[in-house]
Design a protein around this ligand. Structure first.
Ligand code: GLU
Length: 321
């Protein structure tokens, strides 16, 4: 009798544990600074994933991080399941080139989909004399925080332009959330990042501090774009922000959503299905998503192979053979 009741207790406890873990598999998304577009991108993805939590059992949460390079490294370390990353750094991580040469190729890096375009966006005080990227030497400029894709891409730009770090009067590495304030109170002449548009913080900076967005146009930049598939020329449309009526010529990358081959097919399927299966809802969750097109999201800007869980979702949605 005693033994029997023990066996029953074990069965009950066992099935409870099983049910609880099926309902509570946590997945985390690495994003960027809270005022950027990556952070709300992670929020939008989690919102759609969590809507169907009772069906698939995954509870999605968002982490604010340093940005692309931090996200890729942390996925590699197995401490994050997903992350947003610039397409140039996705490429370099998968191939073990540039900043990832020392760590070696991250062969398990997998693409899920691409999101919005991220042009190189240079904001400058109107009184700084900066009217193009070529005016930056001698200025106080924020080049991106450690771990950001922005700082990584600055290093590439610096080399392409033939500059050294000392060519700037100040090379600040503040977080993206701190740069608008620093520009407004004249601690820096300008800042740059690779970011989606329109974005609230860009709007706020140009509106409250009389800042301009300046082009990134030079022969060196043209050569850089021609030599690398993950860069493309880009335009920030005139009139998108107050006081900036003309089209701004620049270049940029794509924001992509990545994971690791070690993350389960079911988790990646749930996330890919939540976004691509509800694209109309997703597009409404941030103005930078307004023009997203499914066929482009599952192929453009992706250099790491698609995760099999994502492929399963796209096949079921009729987006892939
Ligand atoms: N592209 C930026 C980076 O990786 C982040 C932009 C954002 O937070 O929206 O540094």
């Amino acid at each position: 009798m005693k033994l029997k009741s023990l066996a029953i207790a074990m069965t009950v406890a066992g099935s409870l544990t099983g049910a609880a873990s099926a309902q509570q598999q946590f997945i985390s998304i690495g994003t960027g600074g809270v005022t950027g577009v990556y952070y709300p991108t992670g929020g939008a993805i989690c919102r759609l994933v969590n809507k169907n939590r009772s069906e698939h059992g995954f509870r999605c949460s968002v982490e604010s991080t340093g940005g692309s390079i931090y996200n890729i490294n942390t996925i590699r370390a197995g401490e994050l399941e997903f992350g947003v990353a610039q397409s140039d750094w996705q490429y370099h991580a998968y191939n073990g080139t540039s900043k990832f040469e020392e760590a070696g190729a991250f062969e398990d890096l997998r693409s899920v989909f691409s999101v919005h375009a991220e042009p190189v966006t240079i904001l400058a005080r109107r009184d700084s004399g900066i009217t193009n990227i070529t005016d930056l030497p001698g200025k106080r400029f924020n080049i991106g925080n450690p771990g950001s894709g922005t700082l990584g891409t600055w290093e590439v730009i610096e080399e392409a332009m033939g500059w050294t770090r000392g060519d700037l009067a100040l090379a600040a590495q503040m977080k993206s959330s701190e740069t608008p304030g620093a520009l407004c109170d004249n601690s820096i002449d300008g800042y740059f990042w690779l970011v989606g548009h329109p974005s609230g913080v860009t709007q706020e900076t140009v509106a409250s501090c009389d800042a301009i967005i300046v082009p990134a146009v030079s022969d060196e930049i043209t050569a850089l774009v021609e030599a690398n598939d993950y860069y493309r020329t880009a335009t920030i449309p005139g009139g998108m922000y107050p006081g900036n009526p003309d089209d701004i010529q620049t270049f940029g990358v794509g924001a992509t959503f990545v994971t690791s081959a070690t993350v389960s097919d079911d988790a990646v399927y749930a996330v890919a299905m939540a976004v691509l299966g509800n694209l109309e809802d997703f597009r409404k969750l941030h103005p930078a998503f307004a023009n997203l097109v499914a066929a482009e999201m599952i192929s453009d800007s992706l250099s790491a192979p698609l995760h099999p869980g994502a492929i399963r979702a796209y096949q079921e949605l009729g987006l892939m053979e």
